[in-house]
Design a protein around this ligand. Structure first.
Ligand code: AMP
Ligand code: ZN
Ligand code: FE
Ligand code: FE
Length: 283
């Protein structure tokens, strides 16, 4: 007999980080929910960049599919000129503070995209604002510019577009307006949500990591994409010492980021229940 009998609890997996075509993912909310069911996930949080627009469609789709759906978002923020991502979970979808921050990001993105296009134009690549107009996406950014560069045959992949033009410090990079980590955490808390530092594994400067870990966060995304258990350990140890919430997710973007399959990182029932119970208590 198997020494570790599988129980219902062992089978529970919830991916708390994915993107739809309302930001820079390739799939609709309904497609992601169908895929989550196919992969045997029990819970999901859609964390589009700077928008919660997916939830209008996602809530009824998750109900139909009998998938537990937790409100989520991934906010873009800046600390000491360094881009940082802050996840918000279990907040009120009617929150005025979160709605206002999303609106601020839309304006920030429009101005920043124009600056990036100006830089590309100077490099002899005349991509126009019209090429970035999306029928659905609410949150338009560098990945959409990368797709426009691919369409014109300037690059052959999104990755190449970031490496040659759009990545930090590259020829067409523009940081845009700086919305701070502090004001992002404040807005999530005002919306009664939990603020989690996204993928700390990806932050290169240790001074930035140290400063972030002093912020009034509620948790850390310790399980991320396809990082190994060894790479997770440092963050797990830190979160446990602080008594922070330990979250995880794949950062699935569909065909726009094929290296991040849905369900490649996840949380179990305890963490999901903790967040979901919080959401139920404030909704
Ligand atoms: P933005 O929000 O406009 O600054 O774009 C950031 C997003 O671009 C990230 O969340 C990723 O989804 C994507 N991204 C960043 N760097 C790369 C890269 N090197 N290759 C592909 N996608 C990237
Ligand atoms: Zn993204
Ligand atoms: Fe991110
Ligand atoms: Fe993400």
């Amino acid at each position: 007999m198997c020494p570790f009998p599988m129980t219902e609890i062992d089978l529970f997996r919830a991916d708390l980080h994915c993107h739809t075509y309302y930001s820079d993912g390739a799939d609709s909310p309904e497609e992601i929910i169908a895929l989550a069911k196919e992969k045997g996930l029990s819970g999901l949080s859609i964390t589009d960049h700077d928008t919660t627009n997916a939830y209008q469609e996602a809530i009824p789709a998750a109900e139909r599919a009998q998938l537990l759906l937790l409100p989520g978002i991934e906010f873009s923020a800046i600390l000491r000129h360094e881009p940082v991502h802050i996840l918000g979970y279990a907040f009120s979808l009617k929150s005025e503070s979160i709605h206002q921050l999303c609106e601020q990001h839309i304006v920030r993105r429009q101005k920043r995209n124009s600056l990036i296009l100006q830089k590309l134009n100077k490099l002899g690549i005349p991509i126009t604002e019209e090429e970035l107009i999306q029928p659905i996406a609410r949150s338009i950014g560098r990945p959409h510019i990368a797709l426009a560069l691919m369409k014109r045959g300037v690059v052959s992949s999104i990755k190449e577009a970031f490496e040659r033009f759009l990545g930090e410090g590259k020829a067409a990079y523009a940081p845009g307006e700086e919305i701070t980590v502090e004001e992002t955490i404040e807005a999530i808390h005002a919306g009664k949500g939990k603020a989690i530092l996204a993928h700390p594994h990806l932050i290169k400067r240790q001074t930035i990591v140290r400063a972030l870990l002093q912020m009034p966060l509620d948790g850390l995304e310790c399980y991320y994409a396809r990082f190994s258990p060894l790479q997770h350990q440092k963050w797990l140890d830190f979160a446990k010492t602080r008594g922070w919430i330990i979250t995880g997710g794949s950062d699935y973007h569909g065909a726009n980021k094929p290296m991040n399959p849905l369900g490649s990182s996840w949380v179990g029932q305890d963490t999901f229940n903790l967040l979901y119970a919080h959401y139920a208590s404030i909704a």
